[in-house]
Structures are given as C-alpha cells and as structure tokens.
Write a protein that binds this ligand. Structure first.
Ligand SMILES: [Fe+2]
Ligand SMILES: [Fe+2]
Length: 284
C-alpha cells in the first residue's frame, strides 16, 4: 500500500504539472519504502535530496506556467514555493549533518502534508488560468533541470547523447536514481538491482559511465567492478558508498574505480561527477 495514494482529485489537467506531482508523490512513497525496508538510512537521505531537487525544478516549471497564463496571485504562490523549498532544503541539510537526529516518520508526515495541501489548495487555484492558456503554459515544459541544478549555468555536455548504467540493490533508491538520471535528460538510462544483470548489460552496451553501489547483497560493488574489468570493459565506474575515508581513496586505482561518491548524493553532485568522467574520456 502506497504511503500517499494518487487520486484524480490531485489532477490539474495540465499534463506536465500532473506528471511532476506524480513524481513527487512517487518520491514520498519511495522514501516510505526505504524507511520501512532498510535499516540503512542513507537511502532515505538520497531520496530526500532528490525530493528537494525535483521540488525546485517543479516549482520553476509551475511558476513559469503561471507567468505565461497571467495568473494574478503569482507573487503569493511564489512565496509559498520559496518557503517550502527553504524548509525542504533545511531538512535535507539537517539530515545530512546528522541522519540519526531526524525521525523519518515525522519527516514523511511533514512532507506529505505540505505537498498535498499545496496541490489541493494552492495549485488548484491556478487550474482555471492554466487551462484557459494551455498553449502559452506549455512553454514552461522547457525548463532545463540540468541547467537549473547547476545554478543556471549550462554545461558543455550533451546529456541527450550519454548512456549511463546504475547498479543499486536498494529498490527505493534505484527508482529514485532512475528518476534523477532521466530528468537530467540522459538518453539511455539503465538501472538494475542485481550486479549480475548489470554485468550482462555492460557487455552488451557501451555505456559512457557506470554507477555501482558499494554494499550489495550477492555480488558486491567491488566484485562487480572486478568482473567488469575482467570482461575488458573500460568505462568509468563510480562507486556509491555511505562513507569515504583516506584508505578507500588511496585504494581507488588499485580497485580500478574512477571515483568514490559519498551518499546521500545530490543531483548537482551526480551531474558534476558524470561531467568529470565523460570529459576525461572525451579528451583522452
Ligand atoms: Fe505544484
Ligand atoms: Fe505550486
């Protein structure tokens, strides 16, 4: 049973806004799954980070739609968004500083209450304006997630040409990784929960970059990277891990790992990491 059940009463009738709201509800449900099924809180942090980033993106799209539709109360709505975004960011930072200090149940209740209230009360108020100006409103679909997360600076990377594989055995976090890699605009996104399946895909497809979880049941991240190299696959492999220390960093080359990336990872960190390794390959 989903934590928040999507229903038609949430629908505005503007496809990209409804799609965004569904993604946000999906992220809340995945956070609930992670909190219930996994003793490791790192995934909850990663999902919270994705929620913060996706909310920022959604608010930018929705505000642009309101401006195009000439919604008269846009300033008040913007203020609402700004307050929610600041609070969500504060929760993520608090979580990142001390994961144990936050009660996940309270966090979920708070996030779902504000999201549902905001959609049902405030977003519904803009519905008639948006529906009366659907063509103008559709321009807001063009907000670029990757540029927005890079503080408005467009990177010299064509995300639509990249292919990325991620091997992550936590189902909730795998779902979220896929959502983020897709909204970045990456053309080919493969996310699998089993390392054996990842190895098979890596042999079939020349991925530009591979993310692998360090701690997995069955074949773990290190065994996976060794198997990948054993098959002669040279793609950069970035290892996602809850903790990076100097000894791990010193062993990076020996492990044939391009980089350790510490969880919970933000979308901006994920993109910066991809950009580092794809550029290395392009100039090699
Ligand atoms: Fe909204
Ligand atoms: Fe809104």
């Amino acid at each position: 049973m989903a934590y928040v059940q999507w229903s038609r009463r949430f629908e505005l009738g503007v496809p990209f806004i409804d799609a965004d709201h569904k993604v946000l509800v999906g992220l809340l449900n995945r956070m609930n799954d992670a909190a219930r099924t996994d003793g490791d809180l790192t995934d909850v942090g990663g999902i919270l980070s994705a929620l913060v980033d996706y909310t920022r993106y959604h608010f930018a799209r929705e505000e642009r739609a309101q401006a195009s539709a000439g919604y008269p109360d846009i300033d008040e709505h913007r203020e609402q968004h700004a307050r929610l975004a600041i609070e969500a960011r504060r929760l993520f930072e608090a979580y990142r500083n001390d994961p144990g200090a936050i009660e996940v149940g309270d966090l979920l209740d708070f996030l779902s209450d504000w999201l549902m209230d905001h959609i049902l009360l405030h977003d519904m108020a803009i519905k008639p304006y948006l529906l009366a100006n659907l063509e103008a409103v559709s321009a807001a679909e063009g907000v670029d997630f990757a540029t927005l997360m890079n503080d408005g600076r467009k990177r010299a990377i064509d995300w639509t040409k990249l292919s990325v594989l991620a091997v992550e055995d936590s189902r909730p976090f795998a779902h979220v990784l896929r959502a983020i890699l897709e909204v970045i605009g990456i053309k080919t996104v493969s996310v699998v929960e089993e390392a054996e399946e990842g190895l098979r895909l890596a042999q079939e497809h020349p991925y530009d970059l591979i993310f692998a979880d360090w701690r997995m049941g069955g074949m773990d991240g290190l065994e996976f990277v060794h198997a990948v190299r054993g098959k002669g696959i040279a793609a950069p492999v970035v290892m996602l891990t809850g903790y990076v220390d100097e000894s791990l960093e010193a062993a990076r080359e020996g492990f044939q790992i391009s980089e350790w990336l510490q969880k919970p990872v933000t979308s901006a960190e994920l993109m910066a990491c991809i950009a580092r390794h794809v550029q290395v390959r392009q100039t090699a």
